[in-house]
Ligand binder design. Structure first.
Ligand SMILES: [Fe+2]
Length: 385
């Protein structure tokens, strides 16, 4: 991300920065990858180290199915019922040692602040709108937004209406913009499918100077700890740097199209350790004479592929509905179902809208996913006899 700043800052780092009463603000360096990655510097009214009490709130359950046969999977999130808030309503569907995919059908507003130190979060807002209220300031969000929240950010989501469908992908490594889209200075290149203007940083810093107890629920080591601070956690009067939450709308992704079918990396939106996130957006289809408009059969021999369908208009796939998730594992080929190639030939455009997670190590399916599974999906490639 680029440099951004909000609020009041002293002239230089690490010099005295005083309040109106002459006392010092508390400087905090918010650094990543030790002291070598992107970082931000912030100035608190209170000591960020001051805590009134804390309490263990138990382990975050990650119940994966360990022994099962290899097959293509289809999960129907439309079967889920609204439940919980944007954090405690997360239903883990799959994951590995580098990331996890949580499905959320948010029923309630968050009552406490949340901080995830196990990973960066990529939240995808399928529908609804509201505000991401954070220690770095407020980011307004709407349908189709990805919200990228760096680990350690204290935040709360406030929705305008509920329920809201949402994905919560947790990345145990840092989330970034693909290197090939950027020049050596970090600026987005002309061939990138988006530009800096498409990324919405916090626009307003909300500083609350209040001495009364506030709870922050911290996720760390796959456990939750409740921290009670004797002040409001949004007590920052100014910050600057490269680490902050931001929004990017899937409809601002500029699809790259070609005469002949272009491979999935052209859809890449974010990069993580051991995975990529891609956006499949409405676009013109391949225009070379006799070009086949949908993907060929392919074996991602070393990557699992998960697609979340925001609508039911995915040309190469039959039987999916809005909110479907397909999971095509490494080791077996996948491709269009019988008849889909011929059916696609007359089309010049697709209206598909989908989010894809491709992981370079196998994903485990969580037990939660079984209750929304279409167990016959693997048969959808069988020829009709
Ligand atoms: Fe694929």
């Amino acid at each position: 991300m680029r440099y951004h700043h909000l609020g009041e800052l002293p002239r230089k780092h690490h010099i005295a920065f005083r309040k109106a009463d002459g006392s010092l603000y508390a400087e905090q360096l918010f650094s990543t990858i030790g002291f070598s990655g992107p970082m931000s510097t912030m100035y608190h009214i209170n000591l960020p180290t001051e805590v009134s009490s804390f309490e263990d709130r138990g382990a975050i359950k990650r119940d994966y199915i360990e022994e099962e046969p290899l097959r293509h999977r289809h999960f129907k999130t439309a079967k889920m019922k609204p439940h919980g808030d944007a954090v405690n309503g997360r239903v883990l569907l799959m994951g590995n040692h580098e990331c996890e995919w949580n499905q959320v059908y948010v029923a309630e507003q968050m009552k406490t602040f949340f901080k995830n130190t196990d990973g960066d979060e990529i939240l995808f807002i399928h529908d609804g709108k509201g505000e991401l209220q954070s220690m770095f300031g407020t980011v307004k969000f709407r349908e189709g937004d990805y919200l990228v929240i760096p680990r350690g950010t204290i935040y709360k989501l406030q929705f305008e209406t509920l329920p809201v469908r949402m994905l919560a992908i947790v990345s145990y490594g840092p989330v970034s913009i693909p290197r090939r889209y950027r020049n050596e200075y970090g600026q987005l290149l002309e061939h990138a499918p988006y530009k800096e203007r498409d990324f919405r940083a916090p626009s307003e810093l909300v500083t609350i100077d209040e001495r009364k107890p506030h709870e922050v629920l911290i996720r760390s080591r796959h456990r939750l700890t409740s921290y009670i601070h004797p002040y409001h956690p949004f007590d920052i009067v100014g910050w600057d740097g490269y680490v902050f939450p931001y929004a990017f709308n899937i409809n601002d992704f500029q699809p790259i199209t070609g005469a002949i079918h272009m491979p999935p990396p052209i859809h890449q939106t974010f990069d993580g350790n051991g995975f990529v996130i891609c956006s499949f957006c409405p676009r013109m289809l391949d225009y070379y004479p006799d070009a086949i408009k949908i993907p060929y059969n392919h074996s991602n021999i070393d990557s699992d592929e998960v697609l979340y369908y925001c609508n039911d208009k995915f040309g190469s796939r039959k039987g999916i509905e809005e909110g479907s998730i397909t999971m095509h594992p490494l080791g077996i080929p996948h491709g269009p179902q019988p008849g889909a190639v011929e059916a696609s030939m007359p089309h010049t455009r697709t209206e598909e809208l989908a989010v894809m997670l491709d992981t370079f190590h196998a994903l485990k399916i969580a037990k939660n996913a079984l209750s929304i599974e279409d167990p016959d999906y693997w048969k959808s490639w069988q020829a009709k006899s």
